[in-house]
Design a protein around this ligand. Structure first.
Ligand code: SER
Length: 318
């Protein structure tokens, strides 16, 4: 039986694939994306997942147990093309929910986001159940998706599982089109010795997470016994939270000359409506979720990973 990752070339899909291959073997993991990166990749399928027939053909040929749906248009990019982003984010999810209902696979992982919260949501320690009034297309699509996930679980017994990812910080693959991308960009500028102009206000606090923790959470949730799961919409999930100024200071501990200028744009208007911190106690209780990376551990992992892979000329001491 196979695991299929839709959106396998993205920021999270890329590392999720590596981890699933480590755990289950190369043959057991099928990667699909709308762009091909490597012509020689035999475990890859070029696929537009908004095309229901193409998806059905894939599942008709291959016995699948778990599907990881990681394809989406993120928050900032979605604001530039609202209807297209809605179409892409919702159509792919609906296509897969229907195939799941028809029995083509066992379990579906689909990530939601802190973007499901909005201007009237309590900002600190945002509870699992609270006011949700997202005012971005991305946030609206994630909240609607959460409701559809729970609907398919309740009405059809489909085994759906989800977490609300915070901003994800990684060095192997860059994020694209998100509001939280600034936190990844800062590291690249710091290592290149260039000043960074930050589009988020210096004191705008947002929930964030190092990629290894995000992958651990995903796999831990998918491996949890079904009877332990009390939430089938999407679990609040948290690790660290910081402001751009705090991240700047944390990077400067290792790269003292690093400088950041602040020029907030429309992405600050999005960030302002999202939580500062998240209460994820239900995930911690139901499936023993715990994070491993605090801010400093994340900064060191980012600098070391990027230095080794992209900026070998930079000398760093930890
Ligand atoms: N990182 C995402 C974004 O900024 C949030 O889910 O859009």
């Amino acid at each position: 039986m196979k695991k299929v990752i839709i959106g396998a070339n993205g920021q999270i899909g890329t590392e999720l694939r590596q981890r699933l291959v480590q755990s289950y073997g190369h043959e057991a993991v099928l990667a699909a994306d709308i762009v091909r990166k490597d012509e020689a990749d035999k475990q890859f399928i070029l696929l537009d997942a908004t095309d229901a027939d193409a998806l059905r053909a894939l599942f008709a040929q291959t016995p699948v147990d778990d599907v990881y749906l990681m394809a989406a248009i993120l928050s900032a990019r979605a604001e530039q093309m609202p209807r297209k982003a809605w179409h892409i984010n919702m159509t792919i999810l609906h296509n897969l929910l229907e195939l799941g209902r028809e029995g083509f696979f066992q379990s579906l992982f689909w990530p939601s986001s802190i973007a499901v919260f909005g201007p009237h949501t309590p900002k600190e320690n945002t509870p699992q159940y609270t006011v949700m009034d997202p005012d971005t297309v991305y946030g609206i699509s994630k909240l609607a998706g959460e409701r559809w996930m729970e609907y398919y679980y309740e009405k059809y017994g489909l085994d759906v599982r989800s977490v609300r990812y915070p901003g994800i910080i990684s060095w192997k693959t860059r994020p694209g089109g998100g509001t939280t991308d600034y936190a990844v960009e800062m590291f690249h500028y710091a290592l290149r010795g260039e000043p960074y102009t930050c589009y988020i206000a210096p004191d705008e606090r947002l929930p964030m997470m190092y990629i290894d923790d995000a992958i651990d959470a995903t796999i831990r949730l998918m491996e949890a016994p079904a009877e332990r799961l009390s939430i089938r919409s999407s679990y609040n999930l948290a690790a660290v939270h910081f402001t751009p100024r705090e991240l700047e200071a944390a990077i400067r501990r290792y790269i003292p000359d690093f400088r950041v200028h602040y020029a907030p744009d429309f992405r600050e208007d999005i960030a302002r409506t999202w939580p500062d911190s998240i209460d994820d106690s239900t995930a911690r209780k139901d499936w023993q979720w715990h994070h491993r990376y605090d801010l400093d551990a994340m900064v060191r992992a980012m600098l070391a990973g990027l230095q080794k892979s992209r900026y070998p000329e930079v000398e760093l001491s930890f």
